[in-house]
Design a protein around this ligand. Structure first.
Ligand SMILES: Cc1cc2nc3c(=O)[nH]c(=O)nc-3n(C[C@H](O)[C@H](O)[C@H](O)COP(=O)(O)OP(=O)(O)OC[C@H]3O[C@@H](n4cnc5c(N)ncnc54)[C@H](O)[C@@H]3O)c2cc1C
Length: 278
């Protein structure tokens, strides 16, 4: 009874009851980035890779975007009637852009979590000894989740994620260095699967707050007031898209939904002779 009434128990139990997190979830074969890769394949030359946007400026008639071509180092300019800006706000706030004061304030006020993952290669002891085939185990300590692979079941070795959470303001984030983080990760496996901490090899630690062009994982808050509402409306000729402009922050579905919103907004405006609907 004590275990059942322990509030810590229910965090893991109730995760899948959150309305937007319900099973059965699908996963793309080959990993999450197969989804943008599939878009890229269809779009072909429309996509310009290695184009590092540096400025977004607009006039009464159009928008000018300057980007640096990563391969040549040369600046390139694109002029267009409208711009859909889908970069994370951690990046947008660093650009040379003439956004309105309200939009600038909303961008500045939005905070991001820094998520981390630690992954290891190991023999599949979770399958052979514990009968675990995918899914998660939750713990109530520094590294509080272990995520088992759901691909290549029954093969000899696999990649197990021991630690996937946020770093800002957490015990894990306060660990002094990468070695301490790897030790904490190994400890979680040792607690759940005694004797197997030593089987983990080839660790990979990623901290999204430090990944260039991300500089954060997902929005943690829009600041005071209605920052999200501000970003849902265009700033003159610039529209904002991305999961951070949806109610589904931290999900690709949110990013897709935001693109539908912008396409509809832009379509209505073009039909209205370029004027915003009153
Ligand atoms: C650790 C982690 C796990 C996740 N797991 C899942 C999951 O299991 N399922 C799920 O649905 N979602 C997951 N998400 C969320 C998902 O990754 C995002 O919701 C989604 O990628 C958002 O798409 P987006 O197009 O809005 O932004 P992004 O995918 O971040 O795309 C923004 C693009 O802007 C580019 N960019 C940045 N700066 C510049 C610049 N200066 N010039 C030009 N381009 C620039 C970036 O390179 C990037 O390609 C996860 C996120 C994290 C961090």
């Amino acid at each position: 009874m004590h275990a059942l009434l322990d509030a810590d128990l229910w965090q893991g139990m109730l995760a899948e009851e959150v309305i937007d997190w319900q099973p059965t979830m699908f996963q793309p074969v080959g990993g999450m980035d197969r989804i943008p890769a599939a878009f890229e394949k269809k779009l072909g030359s429309v996509v310009r890779s290695g184009a590092v946007v540096r400025s977004i400026r607009q006039s009464a008639t159009g928008v000018t975007v300057v980007y640096r071509d990563a391969a040549s180092g040369a600046d390139q300019t694109v002029n267009a009637d409208y711009c859909i800006c889908a970069m994370p706000l951690t990046i947008v706030r660093t650009l040379d852009a003439d956004f309105s004061p309200a939009v600038r304030q909303a961008i500045e006020a939005t905070s991001y979590d820094s998520a981390y993952k630690v992954a290891w290669e190991a023999p599949r002891f979770w399958e052979t000894e514990y009968g675990i085939y995918g899914g998660l185990s939750y713990l109530q300590q520094t590294v509080n989740v272990v995520w088992y692979p759901s691909a290549r079941l029954f093969s000899e070795r696999g990649v197990v994620v021991s630690g996937y959470s946020i770093e800002n303001g957490t015990a894990f984030g306060k660990l002094p260095n990468v070695q301490a983080k790897l030790d904490a990760s190994r400890q979680a496996i040792e607690i759940l699967h005694p004797g197997h901490g030593k089987d983990l090899s080839k660790p990979v630690y990623i901290s999204w707050g430090q990944i260039p062009y991300n500089l954060g994982a997902w929005v943690s808050g829009f600041g005071h007031g209605s920052g999200l509402d501000v970003l849902l409306a265009p700033d003159r000729r610039v529209y904002f898209a991305g999961d951070h402009t949806s109610h589904l922050v931290g999900w690709q579905e949110g990013a897709a939904l935001s693109s539908y919103r912008v396409i509809n907004q832009l379509g209505a405006r073009v039909e209205n002779g370029g004027n915003l609907a009153s």
